[in-house]
Every structure is written in C-alpha cells, then in structure tokens.
Design a protein around this ligand. Structure first.
Ligand code: PLP
Length: 398
C-alpha cells in the first residue's frame, strides 16, 4: 500500500470491506459494481484480447469478490470456487503421489471423505491426527508432511489448534500449512497473520452469510501458491459463477456488522445455557474452562457464534428440546443470518459409527447451534422454553 506522509490515515478493514469494488463500473458510473454474466469477451483481433476472454478463466464480477475476500484475510490474492469442497479439492492438487497430508481426525466430514478417497486411489497419502495435542506437534516433524491441514475451531466441539505453532513447524520442514477458516471468518481469525500459507473458506457460510449461495474461496499469502491454485481452478473448471460471486461480494459488505451481532447473541446464549440445569455442558471458546480458551484468546479476534452443548437425558431430551423451537431451524450448515440447530449424532456426523462418535466426544445429547442475528431476547426465550420441555420430560410431567 502507498503511504502518504501528509494524507489521511488508511481506511480500516471494516471500511474497506463495506466499500470494496465501489466505482468499478467505468461504463455507466454505477455506485455498486454491476454483475457480468457473459461467458465470453471480445477479442480485438485474432489472438489479441483484453483482461478477460472466457469466464471459466476470468470474470470481472468474480475478481471483485476475490479482491474483497483476499483483503479481509490479509492475503496477496484469492481464487473463488464453486463450493467449499472445490476450494479444498484445488488445494489438494498441490500434493503428488507419495506426498503426505496431515489432517485433523475431526475435520469437516466432506474433507475427511475426499482425503480418504484420494488416498485410497493413490493420489497422495493421508494421516489423521489430533493437532490440538502438543506431543503430536513434535512427532509431526519426523513424518515429513507436504501439507498440514488445520481447522480451528473444530466441529462440533470447537477444539482449538495453535495456528502459529503448526505454521512455524511447516515452514521449518518445507510443508504448506492450510487453514480451513470457515467457522470463524476473517473477522474473528486471520490465519495468514499467524504464518499459514493458505486459507480455505466455504463462502456458503459466514462470508456470504445469507444461506443462499454455495461457494468457496482459497486465499494465499504468496503469489506463487496463488498461481498454482488458480491454474488448477481453471484447468478443473471449478471457478465460482458470476452470479454467486455477486451475491457473495454483497454479503461480505455486511460481514463485520453481522459478526458483531452474531457474537453478542452467542454470548447471551452461552450464558443462558450455562445457568440451566437441563444442560450438562456448554462448549464455546469464550468459556474459561474451555481447553482451548487461552490459544483462542491469543489467535482469534472474536469468539465466533457456533455454540455446542450437551443436554442431560440423551435422545429423548433432544427430541423434546428441538420439537417446538421457533427461532432455531433444524438444519445443517451455519453462518447465515438465521439461527440453526443441528444434532451432530444423526445429522452432520451421521456417517461416523457409534464408536467413532463416542471417541470424538459426540454424545446423543449433543446439539450444535449456529446463532444468528435475530433479537437475543427471542433466541434466549426460545431456548429456555425448549429446556423447560426437557425438564418436563425428565419429570414425566408430559
Ligand atoms: C461447509 C463446510 C465445508 C464445505 O463447503 P461447501 O460450500 O458445503 O462445499 C468445508 N469446511 C467447513 C468447515 C465447512 O463448514
């Protein structure tokens, strides 16, 4: 960035995000950038064209979204993909046969499925580890991984991994450190500032934020890695559509404002759950008794709005709680303006058998909330009514 010695101070990331791409329309001077749906662009003469020729390879609307997301993550650039999974797929193209990928045991289910299937067909090797364990960190050096994959906070118990420690190790052994930052968004955590090489997002979640786009992004700290990921995105044909990019850019303008309310509401919800006897345990990094609290305090700039908790009473309690909620929709996904509740054992983590679920700490009474931006009083009242239904079942009153 150019520094003007006497000029005004540079705008804050909040202002940059709200105003990203404004004034990009030189044709009609529209304030908000228009959407370019065209699949192709004019050549001046055979072999001679401007910045764009074909939308799979490059598109002005998608470029504006990429610039906005790269700026949010403090990266050198970004690639916008058709889904979070295609963002993850293009990053794994950096691995060759024989290379080792280290990934968390409790990473996103779709990532786990992709890594396992690719390893089975010999694309690369994969080893699933517990990256929150310091002993595993020191043993990892000898494994000589090519890529270290992190996801923090984890799903659904919100376990915290030390990004700086793994980035340092990755640098020392020549590995690429990738962080899936979907659960927090760049407002609450910027992994590149802690030394990571790449950040991946399911923009389906907080970045778009309105549960009406499926999309992904890869942000790079370094132009060479960015070029490689961009090359694979074009070669595989998994770039995001201009329309999705347009909606996602629109979503990022309100990311900071939304995140503030998401967090306020999440803290109210955590407090309400904590004081209720129907709840056995609450999982949220803001809690002092959360095992990752100190690391989260160091590397996060916000606590995030995913909250997990365990009901006393198992499955019957879950049914009584969920049946009758007005403000929490029973659905997978997260990060939208609307509040959601999910039952990991039968929904997001249903592909794990009972033993694997138990080993991962996913009990039958565990619920995960994505706390939205409705009025906190309504959210808390809705949850408290649900917890009353749980108590009533426990007392055989209904
Ligand atoms: C949703 C999600 C993905 C996958 O993204 P899609 O947009 O659904 O393809 C990857 N990682 C995390 C952490 C997610 O929550």
């Amino acid at each position: 960035m150019i520094r003007h010695t006497n000029g005004p101070p540079p705008p804050s990331p909040v202002t940059r995000s709200v105003r990203s791409g404004l004034g990009a329309d030189t044709g009609h001077r529209a304030v908000m950038p228009p959407i370019h749906l065209s699949s192709n662009f004019l050549f001046d003469s055979p072999g001679v064209y401007g910045k764009y020729d074909y939308t799979r390879s490059g598109n002005p609307t998608r470029d504006l979204a990429a610039t906005a997301i790269a700026d949010l993550e403090n990266g050198c650039g970004a690639v916008i993909t058709s889904s979070g999974m295609s963002a993850i797929l293009v990053v794994t193209r950096l691995l060759s046969a024989g290379d080792l990928l280290l990934a968390p045991r409790d990473c996103y289910g779709g990532s786990h499925r992709l890594f396992t299937a690719e390893a089975e067909r010999g694309s690369y090797r994969v080893q699933f580890i517990d990256p929150t364990d310091p002993a595993v960190l020191s043993e990892a050096r000898a494994l000589r991984p090519r890529v270290v994959w992190l996801e923090t906070p984890s799903n659904p118990l919100l376990r915290i991994t030390d990004i700086a420690a793994w980035s340092r190790l990755s640098r020392e052994i020549g590995a690429i450190c990738v962080v899936d930052n979907t659960f927090l968004s760049p407002v609450n955590q910027r992994p590149l500032e802690h030394g990571a090489d790449l950040v991946v997002h399911s923009t389906t979640k907080f970045l778009n934020g309105h549960s009406d786009v499926v999309g992904g992004a890869v942000v790079a700290a370094d132009p060479d890695l960015l070029d490689e990921v961009a090359w694979w995105t074009n070669a595989a044909g998994v770039a995001g559509s201009p329309f999705d990019a347009y909606l996602t850019l629109r979503g990022t303008r309100t990311l900071h404002a939304r995140s503030r309310i998401h967090e306020e509401n999440a803290l109210e919800v955590v407090a309400a759950l904590e004081r209720n006897d129907a709840v056995r345990r609450v999982y949220h990094p803001s809690r002092r008794d959360h095992p990752g609290h100190d690391t989260a305090r160091r590397q996060q700039t916000g606590w995030g709005s995913l909250v997990s908790f365990e009901l006393r009473g198992g499955r019957e309690a879950v049914d009584a709680f969920v049946d009758g909620l007005d403000c929490f929709a029973l659905a997978e996904s997260l990060g939208g303006v609307e509040s959601l509740v999910a039952h990991p054992a039968t929904m997001t983590h249903a592909s794990m058998d009972e033993q694997a679920q138990a080993a991962a700490g996913i009990g039958k009474g565990l619920l995960r909330l994505s706390v939205g931006i409705e009025a906190a009083t309504d959210l808390v009242a809705d949850l408290e009514r649900g917890l009353c239904r749980v108590e009533a079942v426990a007392c055989q009153l209904v």
